[in-house]
Design a binder for this molecule. Structure first.
Ligand code: XIL
Length: 446
């Protein structure tokens, strides 16, 4: 496709998406392929969201990354029972409200997570006898959904009600143990009566491929559909690592649920690892969702590796310095977008780490990682804060701006990198009394 026709296509689809989703920003105003996750997903008729913690919204790099790249949010913990009703009948919404207003004022959608779950459940709930527990559950659903009525596109009404392993049995919880199998149906019926406009989802993990647990959820949904119990969507958490990789039948599993007449959503995606293996996993998930017309959106479980619930596994799209990872490029490419400055599919990301340190100077190391395609060369910039000066560099060819504070670095000789492969260069910063970390510009590859 020519660049011009591709740009026209993007513009037409983008406008259609704006009209269809009223309020979700799909275009930045220029007629070119989408260059953010949210915009690229919107052009495919999907949302692309992140789990968000209210206490990080004040960090400017966190908020900027969220606001630029994502068009849906899920409060990571703030809507859970222990956050909203830690004491019976006393509801607290401060932190969740902060996330909802942040999202609403920027045209982002909000996923509600979660109303009935065995975890992050205050102790008082587990102490109730059956009739009282039923009242408390229905009241909790009613109060929280009423507070957010009209502001939530999808609610995880019930989370993780099935056991792991081959039994397909229900997980023990106060709800299951006192109210029996019917608690899920009761929760969904109550939820529908409170906010009929919200999509009502069942959400779980280890249900991402066809297995005993997903079969049990499948049978639940099938039964609900057959009996007219309200249910609109199934959430697939999609927490992956080397022991639990993206299943080969991921798309087929999403499709069989969609064929029951529910939407499917990827609700908590993260993939532990790095480089091309991680990038490939992310690309596979995105392509699977796009191949299932009822897969309406993808949420990753956090903005940056540094605040991930599995930070040690670096499972997200942005590293601890908010640099785009190879996984980011893989997702954006799978969504049909193009990295700003990336020529075609060639792309790279950069991360900074401080190395040795002395009283008057420190060494910095920048790692350059190719995106999901091989690259033949790369360029990035390192900016130091005056009166700092860079005194030495190695493994790169630097040029300088007139101030001497901005160094543009290119490869020293052959800049070729295989997809997902990394190289690094280093430099010494004379602090001259200022220890501020250098700032990296974007990475450009061809
Ligand atoms: C996790 C949060 O990310 C953590 O901050 C918290 O300590 C525990 O819960 N399944 C879910 C999510 O549905 O709510 C969980 O979130 C991750 C697993």
């Amino acid at each position: 496709m020519s660049i011009a026709s591709r740009a026209r296509g993007a513009l037409t689809l983008g406008l259609a998406a704006v009209l269809a989703t009223a309020g979700v920003t799909a275009l930045s105003g220029t007629a070119r392929a989408a260059s953010t996750l949210g915009a690229a997903a919107a052009e495919k008729g999907r949302y692309f969201g992140a789990a968000v913690a209210a206490n990080h919204l004040g960090e400017s790099a966190y908020a900027t990354t969220l606001n630029t790249e994502f068009n849906s949010v899920t409060p990571e913990n703030e809507m859970k029972w222990d956050a909203t009703e830690s004491t019976r009948g006393s509801f607290t919404y401060g932190a969740a409200d902060q996330i909802v207003s942040h999202a609403q004022s920027r045209g982002m959608k909000v996923r509600g997570h979660t109303l009935v779950w065995h975890s992050q459940l205050p102790g008082w709930v587990g102490g109730l006898a059956a009739a009282d527990l039923r009242t408390a559950m229905n009241n909790h659903i009613t109060q929280v959904m009423t507070h957010y009525k009209g502001k939530i596109h999808s609610w995880d009404v019930v989370n993780e009600a099935f056991q792991d392993g081959g039994s397909g049995a229900r997980r023990s919880s106060p709800f299951q143990d006192r109210l029996g199998n019917g608690f899920i149906e009761e929760a969904f019926r109550t939820a529908r009566s409170v906010d009929p406009a919200a999509k009502l989802c069942y959400n779980d993990y280890n249900t991402d491929g066809v297995n005993a647990k997903s079969n049990a959820v499948y049978n639940l949904v099938k039964d609900f559909k057959a009996r007219g119990v309200p249910i609109d969507c199934v959430g697939f958490q999609s927490h992956f690592n080397s022991a639990s990789p993206v299943p080969g039948d991921y798309q087929a599993n999403l499709q069989r649920f969609a064929d029951l007449g529910v939407d499917v959503q990827i609700t908590e995606l993260d993939i532990e690892g790095s480089g091309s293996a991680q990038a490939t996993g992310y690309g596979n998930v995105v392509r699977a969702c796009l191949a299932v017309s009822r897969c309406t959106g993808i949420t990753v479980w956090g903005v940056t590796d540094k605040y991930s619930w599995r930070a040690g596994g670096t499972p997200l799209l942005f590293d601890g310095n908010y640099a785009r990872k190879a996984a980011y490029t893989s997702v954006l490419t799978a969504l049909g977008g193009t990295s700003p400055g990336g020529g075609g599919s060639a792309a790279c990301t950069v991360t900074y780490a401080k190395a040795e340190e002395w009283s008057d100077r420190f060494n910095g190391r920048v790692t350059v990682t190719a995106g999901s395609s091989a690259i033949s060369t790369w360029t990035t910039t390192v900016t130091v804060t005056s009166p700092q000066k860079i005194s030495t560099t190695w493994n790169g060819t630097p040029t300088w701006d007139s101030s001497g504070n901005v160094m543009t670095m290119k490869p020293n000789g052959n800049g070729s990198l295989a997809a997902g492969a990394s190289t690094s260069f280093g430099f010494t910063v004379m602090t001259n009394g200022t220890t501020t970390a250098p700032r990296l510009g974007g990475c450009t590859a061809s």
